[in-house]
Design a protein around this ligand. Structure first.
Ligand code: FES
Ligand code: FES
Length: 150
């Protein structure tokens, strides 16, 4: 079937099968920041925002996302305060998990612009970083939150 998806503000027309996962369709379209880790909803590396809410794209049918606004980290850009804060705090090692964390942080800050460390840790608890960069990631979210108030 032909599907129309709004991704980062641009409409894409894509042919896909009924059971195709959003993760695979996004990657086919070149949104390679969306990454498969576990494939079963347990690591967060495939996280994107759909109408502002985080979803595991490895568990989401692409066909269910027609008519929604999908956001991936490609849509944030390098001047985005969250992206900048991750860079400034050195919150990445191999980087594989980071787009998922960035999208979760974006969701958190849109709901709660000034979270404390516990609120950040709670919001990010479903995301796994195999490199163990958790401390720097929390510091990056705090930095992004403080730059939002300036
Ligand atoms: S790949 Fe989707 S949650 Fe792990
Ligand atoms: S930076 Fe390597 S898995 Fe998180």
């Amino acid at each position: 079937m032909n599907l129309t998806l709004n991704i980062n503000g641009t409409v894409h027309s894509v042919y896909c099968a009924e059971g195709d996962l959003l993760l695979d369709v996004l990657r086919r379209l070149g949104f390679t920041s969306v990454r498969e880790g576990c494939g079963v909803g347990a690591c967060g590396s495939c996280t994107v925002l759909v109408d502002g809410h985080s979803v595991s794209s490895c568990l989401t049918l692409a066909s269910r996302c027609s008519g929604t606004e999908i956001r991936t980290s490609e849509g944030l850009g390098k001047d985005n305060p969250v992206v900048r804060a991750f860079v400034d705090e050195g919150a990445l090692q191999c980087g594989y998990c980071i787009p998922g964390f960035v999208m979760m942080a974006t969701e958190l800050l849109s709901e709660n612009p000034h979270p404390n460390e516990k609120e950040i840790a709670d919001h990010l608890e479903g995301n796994i970083c195999r490199c163990g960069t958790y401390r720097e990631i929390v510091k990056a979210v705090l930095l992004a939150s403080s730059s939002a108030s300036n």
